[in-house]
Ligand binder design. Structure first.
Ligand code: GCB
Length: 647
């Protein structure tokens, strides 16, 4: 975290000190961007698809479906990528499928990519849920455990070995969750044949969203020269009017290389440059990155262009990569969250990547619609409940000034066996992957390592101490938290977090129907947590289900009136406590979303203030009114907001 108020030299020393830690991840995962030296070919569209419905789900591996075109080993259907496969067909068995599914696509690779041996050709999968194995022309190129995060493989030499064969990409994806996956789950076989058919089994999950599966984000081929920018890490700070951009560039594949690093402002003017692979760039008259509604000119981004000129055996090549950079600091006191040394109050939402038909598949129209709704609402922040969102979404946050609590998929850690070594090792690895991917986003201000784990269990203490320490070592510039729903006195991990994030559902899961308990229970909640830890608190979830269009007055559960009354009751308490140590409120949820079927869910969770189709319920207007009032009180509205019709 930044050290508010320290003098310039100390700041540079501090930046140098934290930097070793931030850059300790050994290989990069830069977002693929086109440049004069890089090309990107998106493989979105229709892929061939088959679910392996064999009893043990292993037929595809036993018969090596990846060796030949998929259509030669059985029937194949069209499957859009990116999309979850679950809601695409009319087949309930595919909607609820557990096990391996197979995707295949033949790609025409530009001949010049193949011909030029100085070109690296990289296959990248934005995310596939949960476990994936990838082959190119029948040769395995990579395996990856975990949804929500990208993975890639260099496939140039493979393609060049047989340049006349078309490039056939096969990806097998398995959505089975076990005790040491993130999120965890268990498979339960039902062997009582008086009750269940032969081979019947279910996937138990301990989280409240549909376990959508498939290839959820874009699959790409991209190129770089042989000598390329593998990673860039940026940490920013400022002192008075001077911005500091500490950077480190890692280059791969070059025997010798020279480098040019240029920081340009929005108008394309160079504001600082260097020819060193690491250093601190100084920006005079810095324009800081501010959150939406905190400044008249929010989300200011510079561009850090890195050029690598390499020579290899007499030939030279150049690689160019441009990274958007927002200069800002984040820090936490015992009662405040500071961005650029000014108190920041989170008035935002929790979201899901979730929509009709496409499930968790990335979809630009949905992303842009959601950002328009966030801005309309006057929300300045969201939490990526309960897993990392697509990088394109974080880029939108950088560009629009929406502040992000970036959460890893540590949701539903409820079974004591999920606190074991295998789970912890995987959890630490996922944090490595997440920090490596998202470390340079100015919008990301805090890491959340988990949601509502069974934090009262004895092993939780070691587990969270280790996990939080590890995350802070990866990135000492951002606070770390996890989201709790346990009691302040029993929570074993709370001593290690920087900010207390509490979820509570008074008058819903407890004392259902009794709105009158909210003021007292919520005040007690805040006072107990603050009394014990003296750390700032975010109400990281609160809300109530409302079936859109269902009304009753006096309010009854599941009606829009009840949802409204719950929110208003919470808000009254927030208004008392935000003057003290409550630093934010995030509604559960932005929009209705799909869940597993169950007796408490009527075609999904209905705690959205928007329907799943993004239409407002009455509460959206309540929240809009509140968020704009909060923004008026705590921030500075951008000039264009004076003309509300432009929203
Ligand atoms: C929670 C969970 C969230 C659920 C929500 C609910 O505490 O964090 O994943 O969807 O409650 O509506 O039950």
């Amino acid at each position: 975290m930044a050290v508010p108020g320290s003098p310039g030299l100390l700041r540079v020393l501090w930046l140098l000190a934290v930097f070793g830690a931030v850059s300790s991840l050994d290989s990069g995962m830069l977002f693929p961007r086109e440049s004069s030296s890089r090309e990107v070919k998106e493989l979105s569209g229709l892929w061939g698809f088959r679910a392996d419905k064999s009893p043990d789900r292993k037929q595809g591996f036993d018969e090596a479906w990846y060796k030949r075109p998929l259509a030669e080993s059985g029937p194949v259907i069209d499957m859009p990528v990116p999309a979850s496969y679950n809601d695409i067909t009319q087949d309930p068995a595919l909607r609820d499928f557990i096990g391996w599914v197979w995707y295949e696509r033949e790609v025409v690779v530009p001949a010049r990519w193949i011909a030029d041996k100085g070109t690296r050709i990289v296959l990248r999968v934005g995310s596939a849920h949960y476990y994936s194995v990838t082959w190119v022309n029948g040769v395995k190129v990579t395996e990856h455990k975990g949804g929500h995060l990208p993975f890639e493989a260099e496939i140039g030499s493979l393609l060049r070995a047989d340049p006349l064969t078309p490039c056939r990409i096969t990806i097998a994806v398995n959505n089975t969750l076990t005790l040491d996956t993130l999120p965890p789950g268990t498979i339960q076989h039902m062997d009582d044949h008086t009750k269940y058919p032969e081979g019947f089994f279910i996937q138990n999950i301990y989280f409240d969203f549909f376990n959508y599966a498939g290839i959820h984000r874009a699959v790409l081929l991209y190129t770089t020269p042989k000598a390329y920018v593998d990673d860039i890490t940026v940490v920013t700070d400022f002192s008075d009017n001077t911005g500091l951009v500490k950077y480190k560039v890692s280059v791969q594949g070059a025997a010798s290389a020279s480098l040019k690093v240029t920081l340009t402002d929005k108008d394309g003017h160079c504001v600082a440059s260097s020819s060193e692979p690491s250093g601190v760039l100084t920006v005079v008259d810095v324009k800081l990155w501010w959150p939406y509604l905190m400044h008249e000119n929010p989300a200011y981004l510079y561009s850090l262009e890195v050029r690598v000129l390499a020579s290899n055996k007499g030939s030279t090549s150049e690689d160019v990569y441009a990274l958007p950079v927002g200069i800002r600091t984040v820090s936490v006191t015992s009662s405040q969250f500071l961005i650029n040394n000014k108190p920041f109050y989170f008035h935002g939402v929790n979201k899901h990547e979730d929509a009709d038909i496409r499930g968790k598949g990335f979809d630009w129209p949905l992303v842009v619609k959601d950002f328009n709704l966030l801005k309309w609402l006057g929300a300045n922040s969201f939490r990526t409940s309960h897993y990392p969102y697509a990088e394109e979404i974080l880029q939108m946050c950088d560009r629009h000034g929406i502040v992000v609590i970036d959460e890893c998929p540590g949701v539903g850690i409820k079974d004591i066996r999920s606190f074991g070594n295998a789970s912890l090792t995987h959890h630490l690895f996922v944090m490595d992957e997440l920090v490596r991917r998202d470390k340079n986003h100015p919008s990301v201000v805090m890491w959340s390592v988990a949601n509502e784990p069974a934090a009262e269990m004895p092993p939780a203490e070691y587990y969270f101490k280790t996990l939080i320490k590890h995350t802070k070592a990866l990135d000492p510039t951002r606070p770390v938290t996890y989201i709790t729903d346990s009691n302040y006195a029993r929570d074993k991990g709370a001593p290690f977090v920087d900010v207390i994030c509490v979820n509570s559902y008074f008058s819903w899961y407890h004392d259902p129907g009794h709105l009158e308990v909210i003021p007292i229970q919520l005040s007690t909640q805040f006072e107990s947590w603050y009394g014990k830890y003296q750390k700032p608190i975010i109400q990281s979830e609160y809300g109530a289900d409302a079936v859109p269009g269902l009304h009753n007055d006096p309010p009854m559960m599941f009606t829009e009136e009840y949802q409204k009354a719950v929110l208003q009751s919470y808000h009254r308490v927030f208004d008392q406590k935000r003057k003290q140590y409550v630093i934010g409120e995030l509604i559960w949820n932005f929009a209705d979303f799909m869940t597993a079927q169950g007796i408490t869910r009527v075609v999904g969770n209905k705690k959205g203030i928007f329907s799943r189709q993004r239409q407002p319920k009455s509460t959206a207007f309540i929240l809009k009114e509140r968020y704009w009032r909060l923004a008026n009180e705590t921030g500075k509205l951008p000039v264009w907001t004076k003309y509300p019709c432009s929203l």
